[in-house]
Design a protein around this ligand. Structure first.
Ligand code: GAL
Length: 658
């Protein structure tokens, strides 16, 4: 078979397929042929391998051993499986670290992070960059045109284990150069950061360090620029690899497995060089580590929360746009939880049916492929408590049985299209979380409050960057855009003209360098929203106020509206009593109160005006539409009745219109 027959990118997007993450290097060669046969029998199409196998590929500098990997790829090829190969840079081997300890990352406490697990490198290190290019060149030269190899994954989960930001010499030096390029002069930097405060003014570039180990909080503009810098280092690190893969592996696609609700680098920028985005979905662990209420966590402990998962699907689908411009591009779930994980405080078994439910949910939100993590449970080392499709003893585990019974593989690709966009950007997140100002006030929490409200109304949602082309949407929701300039404000005004714009609290709080606009918030949005921020109130847990009859927790802000804006809700009590909490001006609505029910009520009213059909759904029940098919999903441990009166069993899904 030649690459012309394989058409890797088309195939990766054409129909819904299943795959698996596999580590042939963990088991004797005599197991490999049998494993490959069982993969085919299970209905799997793709197998991802080798992301952590550098020490086996290159046991000593410049000495490569490809024989084992040749055999592993051949054994998969023999069963007609498609191989996704990885650059192995998530795990620099011991010999490399000993020879070049300067590649190791340094944490915010100034401690060098040691060899012995993974991700022990600084993306800014010129030495590590050179080794990253060298090993990428080597593996891509060896396998770039192998008929079984259809695509590539760069590294593994950039930034995992808090490794985006390193505070040692490599990042420090690169940060100074980055600042000089961005700001041009120290005067400009001092102005942008407001360093006049507390005598922080710099008179030479080498006086500037990464923002850590300060006596009290570092300057938030300094923190914001360091976050931008560290993000750029990840983007550059990956782009160097992708350039090599493109040259050495023509016709194959390149993706990266991003993480769930991960924020330390700008995924929009990282995705620019990729063909499509992938992400790693661990719903049970994600909920366990979330800040959702304990009762909710217990209720959904064995399925995860549908919106935490769905948000990631809707984000990663939209990192790249389909060629017809009508929707996001089919994405992959590169690692799908199929049993228990090993990294949450407690690791419950997923409910019976959960693996099928998660797979159907991914399909319904526009995934092209769901690839399970992992083939067989590890019999050695850090992850030996983690499940796979097969148990340690090679018997098919609970998740494997569910995969064997699944009937949705092979469904044709169809785009997810929706008139509703939720705006999200990483820079606003960095600025927001640098100064939360109220316990529980976090960027993700605020964004997810709006996402959940939209999904609870039965709406499909595109998660988009605020600077994207928003012309195909009618309802644009921007819950937490902290950073605002005139250009962004103009684009939002255009988006409002096409339908309606809803903004949440803390919108337009800062300029792009992190200063407050001199005429106060919301700065450049003043004409569009016709509000001026009056006061904001950070509510500690247990202290709440009311607005328009709704409970308000965590955050409340009030406005001075200007004509012809109208007040839709005022605070009922507390220090802001009588002041506006929700203000409307034409096609734009400002919500200042942190209140899920007030948010849902306001969004439902705007949908009704716009003629966008809604279908209110109970907690844990969601619908997602792809092509003409609506998939209803029940994450609850008991049966539910859908809005049309039909029942849906516990932890199960139903495709309608198929
Ligand atoms: C992912 C990672 C995998 C594995 C898995 C365990 O974050 O990419 O290599 O560690 O978690 O759940």
């Amino acid at each position: 078979m030649s690459i012309a027959d394989v058409r890797p990118l088309d195939d990766a997007q054409a129909a819904f397929t299943l795959g698996v993450c596999y580590y042939p290097e963990h088991w004797p060669r005599d197991r490999w042929a049998g494993y490959a046969r069982r993969m085919r029998e299970l209905g799997l199409t793709y197998v991802r391998i080798a992301e952590f196998a550098w020490s086996r590929m290159e046991p000593a500098e410049g000495h490569f051993d490809w024989a084992w990997l040749d055999d592993a790829v051949a054994s998969l090829h023999a069963e007609g499986l498609h191989v996704v190969l990885c650059t192995p840079t998530a795990t620099p081997p011991a010999w490399l670290v000993r020879a070049h300890p300067e590649i190791l990352p340094v944490d915010a406490q100034g401690r060098v992070r040691a060899f012995g697990s993974r991700k022990h490198y600084d993306h800014a290190s010129p030495v590590y960059r050179a080794h990253s290019r060298r090993i990428t060149e080597a593996i891509a030269t060896r396998y770039g045109e192998h008929p079984a190899v259809v695509g590539w994954q760069t590294d593994n989960e950039f930034g995992c284990h808090g490794t985006t930001r390193s505070y040692g010499p490599a990042s420090r030096d690169a940060f100074r150069a980055w600042l000089a390029a961005r700001h041009g002069t120290l005067d400009a930097l001092n102005r942008a950061w407001g360093t006049v405060f507390w005598s922080q003014e710099y008179t030479a570039w080498d006086q500037i360090d990464p923002p850590h180990l300060t006596v009290t909080d570092p300057n938030p503009s300094h923190v914001l620029d360091f976050a931008r810098f560290a993000s750029d280092m990840v983007v550059e690190f990956q782009a160097e690899q992708v350039a090599i893969l493109r040259r050495r592996s023509p016709g194959r696609w390149v993706t990266h497995n991003f993480m769930q609700l991960f924020a330390d680098f700008d995924h929009y920028r990282a995705a620019e060089v990729l063909d499509f985005a992938s992400w790693d979905s661990y719903p049970v662990g994600l909920l366990a580590l979330s800040a959702l209420p304990e009762a909710h966590k217990r209720r959904f402990a064995r399925t995860g929360d549908p919106d935490l998962v769905g948000f990631n699907h809707d984000l990663y689908r939209n990192l790249k746009q389909s060629s017809d411009g009508l929707g996001g591009r089919a994405f992959w779930v590169m690692e799908q939880q199929c049993g228990q994980v090993n990294w949450a405080p407690s690791n419950p078994l997923p409910a019976a049916g959960a693996v099928g439910l998660w797979t159907a949910q991914a399909y319904a939100h526009g995934a092209a492929t769901v690839s399970y993590f992992r083939w067989r449970a590890a019999t050695v080392a850090q992850e030996l408590m983690h499940s796979g499709l097969f148990r340690h003893d090679e018997t098919l585990d609970r998740g494997g049985e569910e995969v064997a019974a699944l009937e949705i593989a092979g469904r044709p690709d169809a785009a997810v299209t929706t008139p509703v966009a939720l705006l999200h950007d990483y820079e606003s997140l960095w600025a927001y979380d640098a100064q939360p100002h109220s316990e529980g006030a976090r960027y993700w929490a605020q964004l997810l409050q709006y996402y959940t409200a939209l999904r609870g109304l039965g709406l499909d949602v595109d998660v988009r960057h605020p600077d994207a082309d928003l012309s195909r949407y009618r309802l644009v929701v921007a819950p937490a855009l902290q950073l605002m300039d005139e250009r962004r404000a103009r684009r939002l005004a255009e988006a409002a003209e096409a339908g309606h714009l809803v903004v949440g609290p803390r919108t337009g709080y800062r300029t792009m360098t992190g200063r407050v606009p001199e005429d106060g918030q919301p700065g450049p949005l003043r004409d569009l929203l016709r509000v001026h921020l009056r006061n904001f109130d950070g509510l500690p847990p247990g202290l709440s106020v009311r607005a328009g009859g709704h409970a308000v927790e965590t955050w409340a802000e009030s406005y001075a509206p200007s004509a012809p804006a109208t007040v839709e809700a005022t605070y009922d009590d507390g220090p802001l009593a009588g002041q506006p909490a929700v203000v409307r001006h034409g096609a734009a609505t400002t919500i200042g109160a942190w209140s899920p029910t007030l948010v849902a009520e306001t969004l439902a009213a705007r949908c009704a005006e716009l003629g966008i059909a809604t279908e209110p759904l109970p907690t844990g029940v969601r619908v997602a539409r792809r092509g003409g098919i609506a998939t209803y999903l029940n994450f609850n441990p008991e049966p539910v009745t859908l809005p049309d009166g039909t029942p849906l069993g516990p932890v199960s899904f139903e495709l309608r219109g198929a």
